[in-house]
Design a protein around this ligand. Structure first.
Ligand SMILES: [Mg+2]
Length: 335
C-alpha cells in the first residue's frame, strides 16, 4: 500500500540509502534532477548514502565517479556489496586469515578492510572464497575457486545480479559467474547484496541510520531489500522497473512511495483512499471492474493517476482477481 506523508518525504528520514545505476546515473550520464535534489537533501542535513550491489569498484572509486557529476561524496558515504560480503566472511572466519578473492579490486579491498588477506590461488590455502563482479574474471580464477571450494571452505557471493548494464547492452553479471562455480561444485553461496539483507544492514551500521529510506529503480532488488527489513522505500521510474512491472508487483516487492524521479523526495506524498472498487488519489479517481480499470477522473497530475491505478491493481490482485496490466497501462495513458 502506498503511504502518505505529512510533509516532504525526506523530512521523516535521517539517512537515504540510494541505489546508483538507474537512480543517480545511467551509463555515463547523470539522471535528470538527481544531482540538484541530492545536493538539496544533503544541505537540509540528511545523510545521503550510496548503496551498490556492484562489487567491482572500491568506495573510493565510486565516490570519485559520483563527485564527477557534481555531488559532494566521500568514500565513507558509499557502501558496496563487497563490504557486506566481507562482513559475512567475518561471521565465519577469523580476522587475519587468507580468503580467495574472485572479482575486481573492490572485492580484495573490502576483504583487506576487514583484516583478511586476499589471495588469488587455492594453493595459498584460503579458508573462505568470496566472489564479486570483475570484468577480467577468467576461467583460471573460477578454477581456483572450484579447487578452494572442494576443500569445504565457506562461499560468499557479493550479489547475484544475473546481468550488468553496459553501453552495448546487458552483459553477464556476478550471479551468472557465481552460477558457473555453483554448477561446477554444487556449493551454494551466502549472498550479501540486495535483495538479501546483509548489504542493507551494513549500510545502516556504517551510515548510522535510525530512520532510513531505501531508494531504488528495481522492484526485485532495491525495493524487495527494503520490504524484507520493513524499511520504507521509494521507487523512482528512471531505471529498470517500469509501470507494467509496478502494476503487477507482488506484495514482497511493492514500494511504500512512488515518484517519477528523485524530486519525489522533496514532495508531499498524498493519501490513497480506497472506497469499494474506487480508488482516489487527490484529483485522480479510478474504478476497477471485471472488464478492467476505468478512469473516472484524470486530475491534473499523472503521477496521482498512476498512484491510484497502482493501488487499484494491488488491491484487486490481493482479492484474487488481478487486473490486466496492459489494459491498465492503456487506460491511464489515453488522454
Ligand atoms: Mg539500480
Amino acid at each position: 500500500m502506498l503511504s502518505a506523508t505529512g510533509g516532504p518525504l525526506v523530512n521523516g528520514h535521517d539517512v537515504l540509502l540510494v541505489d546508483l545505476d538507474g537512480v543517480v546515473y545511467v551509463g555515463e550520464s547523470a539522471v535528470e534532477h538527481a544531482v540538484p535534489v541530492l545536493t538539496e537533501v544533503a544541505a537540509r542535513g540528511v545523510r545521503v548514502g550510496y548503496v551498490t550491489n556492484n562489487a567491482r569498484r572500491t568506495p573510493q572509486e565510486v565516490a570519485a565517479h559520483l563527485s564527477a557529476f557534481g555531488l559532494g561524496v566521500q568514500p565513507t558515504d558509499v557502501v558496496t556489496s563487497a563490504q557486506a560480503g566481507a562482513r559475512l566472511v567475518a561471521e565465519v572466519v577469523t580476522s587475519g586469515e587468507r580468503v580467495l578473492a574472485i572479482g575486481g579490486p573492490g572485492v580484495a579491498e573490502a576483504l583487506r578492510e576487514r583484516g583478511f588477506v586476499p589471495v588469488r590461488t587455492a594453493a595459498e590455502n584460503p579458508v573462505a572464497v568470496m566472489q564479486g563482479f570483475g570484468p577480467d574474471v577468467s576461467w583460471r580464477d573460477l578454477a581456483e575457486g572450484a579447487y578452494a571450494l572442494a576443500t569445504g571452505v565457506p562461499f560468499v557471493a557479493t550479489n547475484l545480479d544475473r546481468t550488468i548494464p553496459t553501453p552495448q547492452g546487458r552483459a553477464p553479471g556476478n550471479g551468472t559467474l557465481v552460477a558457473v562455480l555453483t554448477t561446477a561444485t554444487g556449493v551454494v553461496p551466502r549472498v550479501a547484496g540486495k535483495p538479501e539483507s546483509p548489504l542493507m544492514l551494513e549500510s545502516i551500521d556504517r551510515l548510522g541510520a535510525k530512520n532510513p529510506l531505501v531508494i531504488g529503480d528495481r522492484l526485485d532488488t532495491d525495493i524487495e531489500a527494503g520490504v524484507r527489513l520493513d524499511i520504507p522505500t521509494l521507487l523512482v521510474l528512471t531505471g529498470v522497473s517500469g509501470v507494467p512491472e509496478l502494476l503487477a508487483a507482488a506484495p514482497h516487492e511493492r514500494p511504500r512511495h512512488l515518484s517519477l524521479d528523485l524530486r519525489g523526495l522533496l514532495e508531499v506524498h498524498p493519501p490513497i483512499v480506497i472506497d469499494g472498487q474506487s480508488v482516489v488519489c487527490r484529483q485522480a479517481r479510478v474504478h476497477s471492474e471485471r472488464q478492467g480499470l476505468r478512469v473516472d477522473q484524470r486530475g491534473d497530475d499523472w503521477v496521482d493517476l498512476l498512484r491510484a491505478a497502482v493501488s487499484a491493481c494491488w488491491s484487486a490482485a490481493d482479492e484474487g482477481h488481478p487486473l490486466d496490466a496492459a489494459q491498465v497501462v492503456k487506460a491511464i495513458s489515453e488522454p
